[in-house]
Structures are given as structure tokens and as C-alpha cells.
Design a protein around this ligand. Sequence first.
Ligand SMILES: *Cc1c(COP(=O)(O)O)cnc(C)c1O
Length: 480
Amino acid sequence: MSKNTLEAHKLTISKAEMQSYGYKIVDAIVEHFDTQDTKNPVVTATREEMDNLFLENVPENGTEAHKVLDFVIDKVLTESNIVSHPKSYSFVPGPSNFISAMADTLATGFNVFSGGWAASPAATELEIVTINWLLKLFKFPNKKGGGIFTSGGSMANLTALVTARRQKCGDEFSKAIVYMSNQTHSSNIKALKTIGFKKEQVRLIPVDSDYKISINKLKNAIAKDRIEGYQPFCLIANAGTTNTGSVDQLDELAKLCKNEKLWFHVDGAYGGAAILSEKGAKLLKGIQKADSLTIDPHKWFFQPYEMGCLLVRDHKWLSSTFSEKPEYLRDIEGNTSEINFYDHGIQLTRRFRALKFYMSIKTFGLKAFREAITYNIDLAEAVEDILRKSSDWEIVSHATLAVINFRYNPIKKQFSEKKLDTLNQEISKRVIGTKKALLVTTVLQGQVVLRMCLINPRTTIEDVKETLDRCLSFAELCLD
Ligand SMILES: *Cc1c(COP(=O)(O)O)cnc(C)c1O
């Protein structure tokens, strides 16, 4: 870049250059939104290939801005899976939406500090407003309830478990025991590890045949721990497991937690958003009784990364857990209704996450989100119908909250379990090999199965049919 336009030592460029640079970025994003469905969702590359593209020493001297940008658009952004692609069925897709992507761009562009009231009253207010929307949606106590946006579900679970421990155990937690089913997301175990719980303090309770926590086994474990002098203190229940979309018996578990004086944390990072649909709301009955609830707007609330959320029944639990009063923050303390979110969680400096949630819901209306989620749940059920009608497929766990697990298991062939595992693994591998669909396996009760997570509102039944046909043709190839 020429000297007169780039004041490099101030890290600035001219207004005209900012415009042409910025417009190119907007054009690239718009082009991506417009064409992503027609691209291949899968990329694969080795470390060596990536090293060959990117490895270099830190450049002491600058390069022309557009040259760097063009390189990034061509070489960096093209080397990621498109998780918002209609045929990206695996893990938990990230359908995202354009309005929120632009909102995030604004939040970053203005570099809004979303930590405290004094720094950004409007950003804080929007977080309060949108958290209140969510509290209402989940029927949490309206005035008393509270919450905070986090980077994702993992951080929301971590924030919840720190809060639970502070409220239930104080500083002494060497005998404290946490319960969860063996289908619970690994981020909860990671969080417990992070905050100093030993493996021996975590009870992984087996599930019933429908992948819900076995309440009898849970009760027995709690009773046994009490007899042995431990302190049962927290249950983590699932509102949509990542594997199968299964929802633990929330109503019953709420009662049990009340009787046993356990903290009732619900991990709804995957399934929580389903509260917006009729079927989902029915399945999630009892979720409003959680002491703390993790949801993950960057999954099924269609937000771009990163955005998680923790809701609590009593906002004071957060402030009494996290608030510290260092002298350098003295001047921004404000009055009690003017919340400082740095007092409600782990981060001090926080990006303005509420903005994308606010703008996308204002723009599309909550109704659009309801319809999208309802469509997703119905789509998975329609896929189940198709699979059931064919003698080639076996349903391993039925469509629940837009997740379905199945495997190739033709009735006529009578394959051994081992052969079925290899076949289904191979089908997934070959489908991914085409780069036209992202479909990986999971393991349920020792069986390798194909798992589809259908939370993209742009995925059609035709997309799924085409992928299933592809699977079948690969299965037949494997048998030749
Ligand atoms: C995805 C997920 C998490 C972790 O959330 P991140 O946003 O990936 O950190 C936690 N629990 C469940 C049930 C999930 O599906």
C-alpha cells in the first residue's frame, strides 16, 4: 500500500480504502450466502497441505491490503467445512443467518465493550432485554430470573457449575458429587475438571433404552453416596442429548432434586430452542423448573458463532458467585439496576453478543424461528418415515428434536454386528469422500450408526433423499 494512503504506524487506512476494502468483504459474504448451498460442504486437507499454503515467518513489512484480503477470501475461507450447508448433517450444524452475521460485523466494527453499564448502557440493556425474552420463553421467574450470554454452551455449562458449587457447597466441595447420564455432553465433565472436581466426584448414570437417564439408578446412586458420607449436590439433566436428541424426564427430575436438595442444571445447548415449537415444548415440559439452564443460540437459534447462554432462576446467584470489587473498577459500579455483566460471569471484556440475537429476532420475528424449528422437527420425522419404508435401513433411535440415528442393515442379508459396523463406517467415509454431504457416525449401544442432525431450515427432504441414495449406492459397492 502506498505511503500517502496508509498511515501504518497508526494502523489506519484512508476512508476511500476502507470503503473499497469493506465493500469487498460485504460482497464476499453476500456471495457466500447466495451460493453456499451449491458448494460442497466438506473440505479435507492435511497439515502438510495447510503448511504449504500458510506457513511463513511473521512479516516485518506490510503487504497491499487487497492482496491480503484476496488471499484470505480465496485460500482461507474456502478451506473450512460449510456448517451452514443444507447437506451438513453432522455434529450440530450451524445454519446461521445473514442479519446476525452483519450484526456481529457491526458489533466488532464499533468494538463495543459489553462488560459494564457505564461503558455501554445500550449494549447492556439489550442483553437484559434479550435475556428477558429468553426467560419468558422458558417460563423462568420473570423479575427474579437472570442470565448471561457466553461464547457457547461449554462456557455456559462452566458458568452454571461454578454457580451451583458456590451456592450449594461454598469453598468446601471435596465430598460433593455430581450426577448426569452417560449421554451428557462432554463439556460438562470438562467444566467439572476445570473447576477442580475429581473424576471420583462424577457419577455417570446409565440410560434406559430411550437414552434417558435411568431414574432408579440415579436414586440408588444418590442413596449410596449419602450412606457413604458423600454430599450429593448437583444433577445435570439433558434437554436434547447431542447423540439422539433425547430429553431426560425433567418434571420428575425437578421433583427429585427438590427432595434431595440438589442443584438442578439442565443442559439444553442442543435441544433448548425446540421450546419454540409445539412438539418441542411438550417434550421439554419441566424445563422451567431448572435452577440453571444452558442454551446455545449458535446452534438452533440460528446465530453465527460464538453465542451461548446461561439462564438462572435467581439473578443474585450469578452476582454473588462472580462479583469481585477491584479498585480499578470502582468508578463504574453504578446502581443495582444497572447491571455489569462482568459481575455475572467469568469474562470482564465481552463482545456485544446480544446484538445479533436482538437484530435477527426483531427482523424476522419470533414466528419465523418457530416455523423454522417446527419444520426441522417435522423433517426428521419425514426422514424416519422414508427409512422405515425401506428394507435396507434400520432406525436405531427415532427422530427426536430433529436428530435421527439409523444404519444400513438390509433385512435379507443378515449381516453380523461386526460387518454392519464396518459397512456403516465405510458408507460415512465414502459419502464424506464425495465432499457433497457431511454425514458422520456415532456409537449407540455399541453399534456404529449414521446420525443426521437436521436443524438447517434450508435442508429439504430431496436433499436427504439424495444423500440416502448416495449411501445406498456406496453400501452396494462395498458389498461387491
Ligand atoms: C454443543 C453442546 C454443548 C457445547 O456447546 P458449545 O457451544 O460447542 O461450547 C454442550 N451441551 C450440549 C448438549 C451440546 O449439544
